[in-house]
Write a protein that binds this ligand. Structure first.
Ligand SMILES: C[S@@+](CC[C@H](N)C(=O)[O-])C[C@H]1O[C@@H](n2cnc3c(N)ncnc32)[C@H](O)[C@@H]1O
Length: 287
């Protein structure tokens, strides 16, 4: 068995959108109780011990640093989850943020949180990253995609949409899990397939493939960084945190899907440790 990592191997675009929306609708509230408001890795430092939340905020800070975020920046947070990044960037950097996700539940949770914290400069919508139909051309200074592209059925179409909605000179920030190879065979192909199915990833391209998509669509790539070493500890933390909950507790918090998810995080921990998955960060400018 051989499998290429630059094209979807399961479902179709509408089907995966449904699966993803349902998954996050079911799991988000429970996730927040267990892991907090962010659904992404933490950036760990060798010389500092950080709590999971501090490490996640540290990752946002590192990304904000490479973007040189200025106040009032207009950001589209694509695949915004429960609004973790959007709210953080709106509060700390006074950015004007629109967060979009497929999950109506996530929109409700994020909106509620913005009201609780009295943050006016954010808005959340159910919207597909592959159409961005409510977003006008040349609108945003930054398109921010933090660990959402993994679930997009068509990465090329997303990058085209990002180009369309960005102002000239605007920046695309893409942080995403990447495969280590263009093609897997035999045992590794099985592992790749299982991992993608477990996390609803239609496919997981390599960093080189993402670079190609970014450049071929008219962006100028500013940086391509491999942060795997900085983030992989998140899975160790995740596995040990999940083990502090009983099956019953996990079930009560996030249902059957949450229970399955908790049992699958070991798979991703192993993939990172075996360097089959890398954490790619891309920064590109619309020229
Ligand atoms: C792993 S979560 C990351 C959430 C958020 N960026 C964060 O860091 O907390 C993935 C997010 O991508 C969203 N997503 C996946 N496919 C999408 C699509 N086609 N259009 C819009 N959002 C999508 C999901 O709804 C979910 O909110």
């Amino acid at each position: 068995m051989k499998i290429k990592t630059d094209q979807p191997f399961m479902h179709d675009s509408a089907e995966i959108a449904n699966i993803v929306a349902k998954f996050w609708d079911q799991i988000s509230e429970g996730w927040r109780k267990i892991w907090g408001p962010h659904i992404h890795h933490g950036f760990y430092e060798v010389d500092k011990s950080l709590t999971p939340l501090e490490a996640q905020e540290n990752l946002i800070e590192k990304l904000a640093d490479i973007l040189h975020l200025a106040p009032q920046t207009h950001i589209l947070d694509v695949g915004c989850g429960m609004g973790g990044s959007s709210l953080y960037l709106a509060k700390k950097y006074h950015a004007q943020v629109l967060g979009i996700t497929l999950s109506p539940k996530q929109v409700r949770l994020a909106t509620l949180q913005s009201r609780l914290e009295n943050i006016a400069n954010v808005d959340f919508k159910v919207e597909n990253a592959l159409s961005m139909s409510s977003c006008d051309n040349n609108t945003f200074d930054i398109v921010w995609s933090l660990e959402s592209c993994e679930q997009f059925y068509d990465k090329d179409l997303f990058i085209k949409q990002a180009l369309r909605v960005l102002k000239p000179g605007g920046q695309l920030m893409l942080a995403t899990w990447c495969s280590s190879q263009d093609e897997y065979e035999g045992y590794l192909a099985k592992k790749y397939r299982k991992l993608c199915l477990a996390f609803d990833l239609p496919y997981m391209p390599t960093m080189a493939h993402y670079r190609h998509l970014i450049e071929v669509n008219g962006f100028t790539l500013q940086s391509m960084l491999d942060w795997s070493k900085h983030v992989e500890k998140s899975w160790d933390v995740g596995v040990s945190l999940a083990s502090t909950y009983s099956f019953l507790q996990l079930f009560k918090l996030a249902g059957l899907r949450g229970l399955r998810f908790a049992s699958q995080i070991k798979m991703m921990q192993e993939a990172f440790h075996q360097h089959r998955v890398k954490y790619g960060v891309f920064l590109a400018t619309k020229t």
